[in-house]
Design a protein around this ligand. Structure first.
Ligand code: AR6
Length: 356
């Protein structure tokens, strides 16, 4: 998957390059810098000593010696001085320059720690936001796989305020599956009841669902009108063609219908270019369920359209699967934001959308 947030010790990452949050001397220090030098061995410091240091926001590359990676890219993050001293621009430059240097050296997989978020004092949630935004923007133009490696108790500050709603939704679906009378939404915790707001939200959710249903209905009517207007045999042939259509053909058709390029579609879906070429060249390609979901979000499919695409890949939504419920929650509400969905999946410790 082109971008993934993982929890790990960066010295254990098996990637082409790991990035080090160094200081401008490049001669080692504490935190992740200390861990990388300790794991790479003294040869790393010896090579670093030949580089003449590094400015804030810049990046330099060395071999990785005893680390499982091939290279270490050293970058120097800004020291947080309240946020009004160009910290954000400098931190953005760290990620961009490190990525460009990795690519210039033929790297395909890169792992970053949360630069500046330790000794240099950058507020953690803002550091994550800068890292995510900069890496994602870069990946819209380049084919790399990038990991953001969080360490220790770092809490991923989700931008998603829907997490609570997803939890309620899952609870509700579980209750419904167990045969209990489904309450559309769990009651708010005691003392926080806000009936007018909840009523508005419920009404809004109903409106959204009705609009989606109406749209699906219109599509069916339009298809029927079209079929009536065409000679019978042609209509039957077209129908048969659609029924025979496999996942690969359906996906390519949907991309065309939406006027997207292939690259836009697979990048938005957080799907690797190589995987996409496999799908493109093999009419019988069987994707994973999460790949189907990723494309459903990238192509902004409605729930019925997603169900159709899933069927073509041999799958169906299951209310017994938490991942399915999370995706369904977003698709039902037309919230086609893969990052937001992945953040919620991450919070639940579920595999993210997209595929390696
Ligand atoms: N793997 C992944 N992340 C880690 C690891 C690890 N093994 N160890 C720490 N982190 P910091 P900075 C996280 O202080 O703020 C050094 O002394 C850590 O939890 O390492 O850029 C340098 O020499 C935090 O989220 O780097 C500089 O003088 C993040 O890595 C100075 O610190 C960055 O924390 C640089 O400060």
């Amino acid at each position: 998957m082109p971008f993934q947030i993982v929890r790990n010790d960066i010295t254990r990452m098996q990637v082409d390059a790991i990035v080090n949050a160094a200081n401008s001397s490049l001669l080692g220090g504490g935190g992740v810098d200390g861990a990388i030098h300790a794991a790479a061995g003294p040869e790393l410091r010896a090579e670093c000593a030949t580089l003449g240091g590094c400015d804030v926001g810049e990046a330099k590359i060395t071999a990785a010696y005893r680390l499982p990676a091939k290279y270490v890219i050293h970058t120097v993050g800004p020291i947080w001085r309240g946020g009004g001293n160009g910290e954000r621009e400098l931190l953005t430059a760290c990620y961009r320059n490190a990525l460009a240097l990795a690519e210039a050296n033929g790297c395909e997989t890169v792992a970053f720690p949360l630069i500046s978020a330790g000794a240099y004092g950058y507020p953690e949630s803002q550091a994550v936001a800068v890292a995510e935004e900069t890496i994602r923007a870069y990946l819209m133009e380049h084919d790399l796989t990038v990991y953001l490696v969080l360490y220790g108790p770092t809490e991923l500050p989700t931008r998603s305020r829907v997490l609570l709603e997803v939890l309620r939704y899952i609870g509700w679906a579980r209750q419904a599956a167990a045969g209990a009378m489904p309450a559309p939404m769990a009651p708010p915790p005691a003392g926080t009841e806000d009936r007018p707001r909840r009523k508005r939200e419920a009404e809004q959710a109903i409106r959204v669902e009705e609009a989606a249903r109406e749209k699906a209905r219109r599509q069916v009517y339009a298809a029927a009108d079209e079929a009536m207007a065409t000679p019978l045999m042609a209509a039957v042939e077209e129908l048969l063609k659609r029924t025979d259509e496999g996942f690969s053909a359906a996906l390519l058709r949907l991309i065309d219908e939406r006027g997207m390029t292939d690259a836009q579609a697979y990048r938005r879906a957080n799907v690797d270019r190589r995987l996409f070429s496999k799908i493109r060249s093999n009419p019988d390609y069987r994707p994973s369920k999460s790949t189907v979901f990723a494309f459903a979000v990238a192509l902004r499919l409605t729930l019925p359209e997603t169900e159709d695409l899933l069927r073509k890949a041999g799958f169906a939504f299951s209310d017994a699967s938490k991942s399915d419920l999370v995706v369904k929650f977003f698709l039902e509400r037309h919230l086609w934001d893969i990052d937001e969905i992945n953040e919620v999946l991450y919070q639940f410790d579920l595999p993210l959308l997209g595929s390696l």
